[in-house]
Ligand binder design. Structure first.
Ligand code: PRX
Length: 658
């Protein structure tokens, strides 16, 4: 793992603009001033157990109260709310069934071709119960892992909640991953069932999913998988394997509409979600029930300052953590109305997002900087055609947002009246960690501002010592929080080493570091600079360079591969691969296409390199380590700076330049 924080963006360092919350907004908000925020920070710091315990009791419904708030006696393995019993599907549904909320819209769904469905809390509860009963009928019980490989259809959210209802952890695999990537995850998680769809509509095309599941399961590759539940979405004929595959509409619709929620221990697994790291295969991040429930619930309430009349829309895919925490669990736990969209802006409908905001009178909109930059490029004339006066709050997530995109978002989409919350967090953190609070925090374009109450974030050096203001360092969290990941599925050692042992303070305390560089300015605002490890962030999608390299090296023509990220105006970063070929193989356009296709097959289209460069050799140290720093400079056309004295063969550099 190489650690050189080189992602400094000059324009960010110069940023002077400050946007305080309007008086109007502040007066209506839960956390309505910086002094209220500071008081909460202080309370959390003085007595964290009381702080979290009070929220857990007042904000969640427990089947049995917990005995203790936090057990941190065996760090980095935390136990939150031990002794308690709870069910997150019941917190997201059943508790809203009394009174008028039962008839409130829980989920509004829009299909890409324009078909639409909506569910009140009462209706969603029934659908989830039916699905939970269907899973039971398939022999799934508490503790069995169920994989979801789904398009953005309501059944994806329903299936997640149904799994949670019966205590079967889910593992959602993004529908854009290939069958090979799906297979790896099914094997690693020992999934007992897969829920999928025949296909999906995406950018005016039909994309099939079921054949990828068939391919992943072929030749008995995943012996743990006993059944496959298939949603009919595109009506294409797909192969159904008798005894293994079941249509959703045949199995689910006939089930009873009552299903008692399984009483779950606080620390029972809720889900496993795979994400990329700097080494090895993707890791299964484990989240457990009560802590995650509290964290997704509280953060959603705080950062969006949710009100009963809000219509909230997050454009993420349920295959990522943002979809888990901020399409499904956070909004529903708060009794909010959440919008889900199958499609994306596309040439035939570049205003698709704005049309939906206008149609459903969306008041809170949460999207990724990469989308904002793409809209910016095509100009304001498209959004200007729509009435977006319903919006009151905008959020961004997934990658650093450049001040220009932030300003455009605020101005063109938010009509200069909506605060922008830039939310920093990760799959591992379960929910947002650093973000403005819309009624309290004066924002600066490009800064995620301050840690949420109870989150002790810092910027430190490699010994864990806080660095000076305006100096770059590692972004760390110094105290456990309820939504923290509990482990990596099947690999406690990797959990320890990757997150808790990279930075070892002299006092022996455990601090969490997951790969980002940051700095704090003189006003204590956090500026997240991006990854400082070998993970790249392409359009908000997190990819490990090593995963892409392994995919490339598995091609018969490739001898060695090194993959680096190159700054990209639209995508944040793009993938550049440097390759040496096996003897006798010839570099040509056909091979470039083949390699690209090969990566698509091994991982998914999102991992295809933007550029592939061939060379006789790669720059290495004398001990044989590839010098990525040099490759990064070469990929972005920069001068190779810094020490090159450890380079084994300096002539390699000259060859790569040409
Ligand atoms: O590098 C950070 C970046 O996304 C990484 C986490 O990716 P993932 O686990 O896929 O979760 C994405 C959605 C939370 C982080 O390590 N990142 C996320 N949000 C921001 C960000 N970088 C800068 N600013 C953000 N607001």
């Amino acid at each position: 793992m190489s650690k050189d924080s080189s992602n400094t963006i000059e324009s960010i360092l110069q940023e002077q603009r400050v946007f305080p919350p309007s008086n109007d907004l502040a007066s209506q908000s839960r956390i309505g001033s910086l002094s209220v925020y500071k008081r909460m920070v202080e309370e959390a710091s003085n007595d964290p157990e009381r702080f979290w315990g009070d929220f857990a009791r007042s904000e969640l419904q427990w089947i049995k109260p917990f005995d203790s708030v936090l057990d941190w006696s065996n760090p980095p393995f935390a136990r939150w709310f031990d002794g308690g019993k709870i069910n997150i599907s019941s917190n997201c549904l059943d508790r809203h069934l009394h009174g008028s909320r039962a008839e409130k819209l829980a989920l509004i769904w829009e299909g890409e071709p324009g078909d639409t469905k909506s569910f009140t809390y009462k209706q969603l509860h029934k659908e989830v119960c039916r699905t939970a009963n269907a899973l039971k009928a398939l022999g799934i019980s508490k503790g069995d892992l169920v994989a979801l490989y789904m398009p953005m259809v309501p059944e994806a959210a329903i299936a997640m909640l149904a799994c949670a209802r019966i205590g079967a952890p889910h593992s959602v695999v993004f529908g854009g991953f290939s069958s090979e990537a799906l297979r790896d995850r099914l094997i690693d998680g020992e999934a007992k069932a897969v829920i999928t769809a025949d296909g999906s509509f995406r950018k005016d095309k039909t994309v099939l999913l079921k054949p990828a599941v068939d391919a992943a399961l072929a030749d008995g590759a995943c012996p743990s998988v006993e059944s496959v539940l298939v949603v009919r979405r595109v009506n294409e004929s797909v192969q159904m394997n008798s005894g293994r595959d079941f249509w959703w509409h045949e199995l689910v619709d006939s089930q009873d509409e009552e299903c008692q929620p399984e009483p779950m221990e606080s620390e029972d697994r809720l889900f496993v979600l795979y994400t990329s790291g700097s080494t090895g295969k993707p890791k299964g991040v484990v989240h457990t029930t009560a802590g995650y429930n509290l964290w997704s619930h509280l953060t959603f309430q705080w950062i969006f300052d949710i009100r009963d009349e809000d219509v909230y829309w997050c454009t993420a895919d349920v295959g990522w953590i943002t979809g888990h925490s901020y399409i499904v669990y956070g909004p529903l736990s708060n009794g909010a109305t959440t919008v889900m969209y199958e499609g994306a802006p596309r040439p035939s409908n570049p205003g698709a997002f704005w049309e939906l905001i206008q149609k459903h009178k969306v008041s809170i909109f949460y999207t990724a900087p990469t989308a904002i930059r793409a809209f910016m490029k095509s100009g304001r004339s498209i959004p200007d055609q729509y009435d977006m006066s319903s919006l009151r709050l905008l959020g961004t997530v997934g990658e650093p947002i450049n001040p220009e995109a932030w300003m455009w978002y605020r101005d063109v989409i938010g009509g200069n009246r909506c605060p922008v919350v830039d939310t920093w967090w990760q799959t591992e953190t379960g929910g947002v960690m650093i973000s403005p609070l819309p009624g309290a925090t004066p924002t600066k374009p490009g800064s995620a501002t301050f840690p949420l109450p109870g989150i002790e974030a810092d910027v430190v050096d490699s010994q864990g010592k806080s660095v000076e203001s305006d100096e770059g360092g590692y972004l760390v969290i110094k105290k456990p929080w309820p939504g923290m990941m509990r482990t990596i599925h099947g690999n406690e050692k990797r959990f320890r080493e990757s997150y808790w042992e990279y930075i070892q303070p002299s006092d022996g305390s455990f601090i969490y570091f997951a790969g980002d560089g940051a700095r704090r300015d003189l006003d204590n605002y956090f500026w997240v600079m991006g990854r400082v490890d070998d993970v790249i962030n392409v359009s908000g999608h997190r990819l490990g360079t090593m995963e892409i390299e392994s995919a490339l090296v598995s091609h018969p023509s490739v001898s060695e591969a090194a993959v680096v990220g190159r700054p990209d105006e639209l995508k944040g970063e793009s993938i550049v691969a440097f390759i040496t070929l096996e003897t006798g193989r010839v570099a040509n356009d056909q091979l470039v296409d083949d390699l690209s296709e090969h990566v698509s097959k091994e991982i998914g289209r999102i991992a295809r390199p933007e550029e592939i460069r061939f060379s006789d050799a790669l720059p290495k140290t004398r001990s044989g380590k590839i010098m990525r720093r040099i490759l990064r400079s070469l990929a972005s056309g920069e001068e190779v700076r810094g020490d090159t004295s450890t380079l084994e063969d300096r002539s390699v550099l000259d060859k790569l330049r040409t």
